[in-house]
Design a protein around this ligand. Structure first.
Ligand code: THU
Length: 139
């Protein structure tokens, strides 16, 4: 992936920390999802007093995109930290990896984990979800 685009996605994800609603965990997460046609959909985590209805930043971004007719994705940048302080990489939870599996090619979809534009690491979905279960298993 183009380095300038990666840095842009990381910076957009960092901006989303401002919108994170995380009064229970205090752990703020931001995401920036790149569609195959070059649009960027954003997401933040949204918690709930009943805990289980909470939504991760990654799923917020993916569901926003799908709800607007976009279903083909290239990459997602994810940042997170307690009170929004980015000290280490925030990898997507298992549920978010499975949601990615629904819409993304595990061999090519890029997951960008970052603490800042100058500190990031790329993984394919397959690396983070080996032997994933997807729609092809059902045919
Ligand atoms: N969270 C995300 O939004 N994405 C991740 O990749 C990991 C966890 C959120 C869920 C919850 O609001 C908070 O971080 C602590 O788990």
């Amino acid at each position: 992936m183009d380095e300038k685009l990666i840095k842009q996605l990381v910076n957009v994800a960092i901006e989303q920390l401002n919108f994170s609603y995380a009064p229970y965990s205090g752990f703020q997460v931001g995401a920036a999802l790149l569609t195959k046609d070059g649009d960027i959909y954003t997401g933040c985590n949204i918690e709930n007093a009943a805990y289980t209805p909470s939504n991760c930043a990654e799923r917020t971004a993916i569901f926003k995109a799908v709800s607007e007719g976009k279903k083909e994705f290239q990459a997602i940048a994810i940042v997170g930290g307690k009170e929004g302080v980015l000290t280490s990489y925030t990898a997507p939870c298992g549920v978010c990896r499975q949601v990615m599996m629904e819409f993304c090619d595990p061999k090519t979809f890029q997951i960008i984990l970052a603490t800042k534009a100058e500190d990031y690491q790329l993984f394919t979905l397959e690396e983070l979800l080996p032997f994933g279960f997807g729609n092809e298993n059902l045919v």
